[in-house]
Design a protein around this ligand. Structure first.
Ligand SMILES: NC(=O)c1ccc[n+]([C@@H]2O[C@H](COP(=O)([O-])OP(=O)(O)OC[C@H]3O[C@@H](n4cnc5c(N)ncnc54)[C@H](O)[C@@H]3O)[C@@H](O)[C@H]2O)c1
Ligand SMILES: [Zn+2]
Ligand SMILES: [Zn+2]
Length: 345
């Protein structure tokens, strides 16, 4: 089968690889219909993610059809259409019983990281019964791909951890798919103000269309000053970091108001300064989270009932044969206008 393989920092290629086989009774083999590329795949390609070794098939998002199941799988059947969660969970270990699937003793974020992922014709999914979701009748497959990672991530790591509340003020730094997913799901809680910050004016324009009340291009270095103007000098109740570089985590520390929360989403590969000399007295909280995908069943309902329309995040489509072009479009979003790119296997 064809698969997109990581060969070390800066190197990837579309290779021929053997079709995966069932290895454990709880496994399923899924024939991929649609997958996509995440900002985290770009972090892997920059060498930011140590757990991902050269030779790995990338990808942790997608929908597909069950091609085979292990002997222990009784609730899923060959031919079922399923959503693949970016987090695999056994449902039985201590962390899973606490609802923290991201730290499952034998799962967590393993797809496209410590085991082969979804940017291929087939993928092996461990703990299939508790990591795959049967698609509801009539579900839009492309919309469902947005539920593998970005909607639960924006919602859990940004909105829930950030304690977004009715009437509150929110700033989201990073208007990529994850920041925009946080923007869409923050509106479930009716905050009064959502300020979107990025370097890319086209993405900021999309953020306005998606419901941002204000946008700031931070290229001039005065984003913090603008946020203070927009919040009468107070700073925001929730500052969501959705980029994964030191500068944006520092900006969040500058714009969080007293009693507020800095909710980090970004994958960081570098040391970042923490300004406790300014923050110690501000009654703030800082949260970090690897998405647990505990909210996936709930978000699936909001998508099915059209309270959230994730199709708005999809800008480009490519066949798997042309996945290198898809990476190119996603990496150069400022030139291509790409948000989520759908790859059809
Ligand atoms: N915590 C989790 O579980 C989890 C899950 C998925 C993704 N992520 C991470 O979330 C982050 C965002 O993912 P994405 O797919 O939206 O990535 P992306 O690369 O598409 O988007 C990042 C955005 O940040 C903007 N940006 C870059 N540098 C900036 C700066 N200095 N100031 C302001 N804006 C800047 C870019 O213009 C872009 O719009 C990544 O770090 C990704 O790895 C985390
Ligand atoms: Zn991801
Ligand atoms: Zn577990």
């Amino acid at each position: 089968m064809k698969a997109l393989v990581y060969h070390g920092p800066g190197q990837k290629s579309l290779d021929e690889r053997p079709k995966p086989e069932i290895q454990a009774p709880g496994d399923a083999i899924v024939r991929i219909l649609k997958t996509t590329i995440c900002g985290t795949d770009l972090h892997i390609l920059r060498g930011d993610v140590e757990t991902c070794a050269p030779g790995r098939i990338l990808g942790h998002e997608g929908v597909g059809v069950i091609d085979a199941v292990g002997s222990g799988v009784t609730t899923l059947h060959v031919g079922d259409h399923v959503l693949i969660s970016c987090i695999s969970s056994c449902g039985k270990c201590e962390y899973c019983r606490r609802g923290m699937f991201s730290h499952c003793a034998t799962g967590g974020w393993i797809l496209g990281n410590s085991i082969d992922g979804t940017q291929a014709e087939f993928v092996r999914t461990p703990h299939a019964e508790t990591s795959l979701y049967p698609l509801p009748d009539g579900a839009d497959e492309e919309a469902m791909v947005m539920l593998s990672d970005i909607l639960p991530t924006g919602f859990e790591c940004g909105v829930l951890n950030g304690k977004v509340a009715p009437g509150s003020s929110v700033a989201i730094v990073g208007a990529g798919p994850i920041g925009l997913a946080a923007l869409l799901t923050a509106q479930l809680y009716s905050p009064a103000q959502i300020i979107m910050i990025d370097l890319d004016n086209a993405r900021l324009e999309i953020a306005r269309q998606f419901g941002a009340t204000d946008t700031i291009n931070s290229a001039d270095g005065d984003a913090a000053g603008r946020v203070m103007e927009l919040t009468a000098g107070r700073g925001v109740d929730t500052a969501i970091e959705a980029v994964g570089v030191a500068a944006t985590f520092l900006l969040c520390q500058d714009i969080v108001g007293a009693g507020g929360v800095v909710a980090n989403i970004g994958v960081h590969g570098q040391v970042v300064e923490l300004h406790l000399e300014r923050l110690w007295s501000k009654n703030i909280a800082i949260t970090t989270r690897l998405v647990d995908t505990v909210s996936t069943p709930m978000l699936l309902k909001t998508v099915q009932s059209k309270k959230i329309d994730p199709l708005r995040l999809i800008t480009h489509r490519f066949p798997l044969d042309r996945i290198l072009e898809a990476y190119d479009a996603f990496e150069h979003a400022a030139d291509t206008g790409a948000l989520k790119v759908i790859i059809e296997a």
